[in-house]
Design a protein around this ligand. Structure first.
Ligand SMILES: [Zn+2]
Length: 284
């Protein structure tokens, strides 16, 4: 039995601040260990429930955060940055390579604009005001669930702060097993449990999630699939459109339409890459 774990960092035990999230930041090296502890607990839970292969996708920032030396030996680590030509399905790249039985979202955060949310954003905070999938406002938990759902895989667990858990349950069903490792107090403040406390909680919940996977349905939708990106600024939408993919459907909004969720995601991600590209500083 095979389990896939998509990992982000904002929702890891103890993580509260931008400094925790960027290489070179104060306590970043420690935060990597907290993250790895959460992931190990989820891997152990999957193994307890009978998994013999567990893919772990490091899906935050440069996507090289999990410390492989300390990673559970049952895991296979998907590592390397998200680029359309490199890791096209971003946090769930690898899901297309094998037939998985269950997926988990570990260390997740709430979507851009969440009132009172902790480290809230959607994929690229610098660019994205909002993403809508089939017209519905979507955070990363729903977007990833939609991609793995395309491959027939249900999400069985989410871990993160209380706001992220609430969002995932609202989008993926109230019966989704969620582990609140901390309570959001503001954009970069939380009341966190300790890794010693959250590890057994995550392990138990992961094991239960995998054992009860038959009761969870993969997230699916109809074809064609539209994904709208509402950018922060008009110029960002303009740059994204220069790629020749997508259509403008609002002042700051670009629509990507494709036959399925993975294809639409790939278009959208290429648009974000293009929007990130800036003119050389000598031209400013
Ligand atoms: Zn992240």
């Amino acid at each position: 039995m095979k389990v896939f774990i998509a990992v982000d960092m904002e929702g890891a035990t103890g993580v509260a601040h931008r400094e925790h999230l960027l290489p070179g930041g104060n306590d970043y090296e420690r935060a990597r260990r907290w993250l790895t502890s959460d992931v190990n607990a989820a891997v152990q839970g999957a193994v307890d429930a009978g998994a013999d292969e567990v893919y772990v996708n490091d899906g935050h920032g440069n996507m090289r955060n999990i410390i492989i030396d300390d990673l559970h030996e049952a895991a296979r680590l998907v590592v390397g940055p998200a680029q359309s030509k490199n890791k096209p399905l971003v946090q769930v790249t690898g899901i297309e390579t094998e037939k998985f039985d269950a997926a988990m979202l570990v260390g997740f955060h709430s979507r851009a604009g969440t009132p009172g949310g902790l480290l809230s954003h959607t994929w690229v905070g610098l660019l994205v005001h909002e993403i809508r999938l089939q017209g519905k406002v979507a955070g990363e938990a729903l977007l990833d669930a939609a991609i793995v759902g395309h491959y027939g895989v249900p999400v069985v667990l989410v871990t993160g702060a209380d706001d992220a858990c609430r969002e995932a349950k609202a989008d993926l069903g109230d019966d989704l097993i969620a582990v609140e490792v901390k309570k959001a107090l503001g954009p970069s403040a939380c009341a966190s449990l300790t890794p010693k406390r959250t590890a057994p909680m995550i392990r138990e919940a992961a094991s239960r999630g995998v054992r009860e996977r038959a009761s969870r349905k993969p997230w699916t939708t109809t074809s064609p699939v539209t994904m709208d990106v509402e950018f922060h600024r008009r110029e960002m939408a303009q740059r994204a459109l220069e790629l020749g993919v997508g259509e403008r459907v609002g002042e700051r909004c670009v629509r990507y339409e494709a036959k399925d969720v993975p294809s639409a995601t790939l278009h959208l991600w290429r648009g974000l890459e293009e929007a990130l590209r800036e003119d050389g500083s000598f031209l400013k």
